[in-house]
Design a protein around this ligand. Sequence first.
Ligand SMILES: NC(=O)c1ccc[n+]([C@@H]2O[C@H](COP(=O)([O-])OP(=O)(O)OC[C@H]3O[C@@H](n4cnc5c(N)ncnc54)[C@H](OP(=O)(O)O)[C@@H]3O)[C@@H](O)[C@H]2O)c1
Length: 256
Amino acid sequence: MFKTLAPPDPTEFAGKRAVVTGGSRGIGAATAQRLLDGGATVVTTARKATDEMPKAATFIAGDLSTLTGVRAFAEAALGVLGGVDILVNNAGAARAHLGGTSSIPDEEWLDSVNLNYLSAVRVTNALLPALREGGAIVNISSVAARLPTPQLAHYSAAKAALNAYGKALAAELAPAGIRVTTILPGNVVTPGGEAIRQDLADAVGISLDDIRSGIPLGRPGDPRDVAETVAYLASDRAQWITGATLVLDGGEVPLI
Ligand SMILES: NC(=O)c1ccc[n+]([C@@H]2O[C@H](COP(=O)([O-])OP(=O)(O)OC[C@H]3O[C@@H](n4cnc5c(N)ncnc54)[C@H](OP(=O)(O)O)[C@@H]3O)[C@@H](O)[C@H]2O)c1
């Protein structure tokens, strides 16, 4: 069980303007809520609104899998915020292909690259002129980037590209005082994450609990685990961290 935390400092992000993509549910909704709780003004986006998304955030519907969709969203977001201090590139999705890499259709490779990688590149490019010194970009990648599986090869490859992009961007933006970090979540209980894992579990006749049983800290991730980490990385507490990738997985992935 996720331990309830003490309420965050409501002034930590006072005056900060944040954009969280994919903020309608799961990790994005929890992150938007956490930044709001810290005093930020938050804009979120997704294709469809949900009851799960924080009411205090401004929601702008949009499809980030195309350049046109990204540009329309960025223009609307800047119309609301005027400038940006914190950008969380979180929108992402995947569908497992049980037949492995060669069964993944060409258009799904393209879809995955567009959403899981290029949406972050495009949103960042569109908002960069409005990002201020002292700003922070946090990209949400996946442990799949480091442990690719045949069923999710398209997703894993797109997230690996996102990791490389984040490292390059960090070097470029450091002189401007903008930090870039990348979180690689493991098994986090969200609508999207559970749907993928259910398909994979069904294919081999095991349960979601079986999949979770290998997590050393004894539970899957809660979206708030990721949100809390985003809040840290976006804050001045992480002022000397840039270009870093952080695996956030309860100890599941055996890598250094
Ligand atoms: N949960 C996990 O175990 C896990 C593990 C590793 C990495 N991640 C990463 O964490 C991020 C959040 O995932 P999640 O687990 O919270 O998934 P989720 O519950 O499926 O939420 C995904 C969010 O992205 C939005 N989105 C999807 N396609 C979009 C599009 N074309 N344009 C704009 N928004 C779009 C969704 O809204 P709409 O569908 O309405 O557009 C939703 O708000 C993703 O990048 C995912 O790859 C998750």
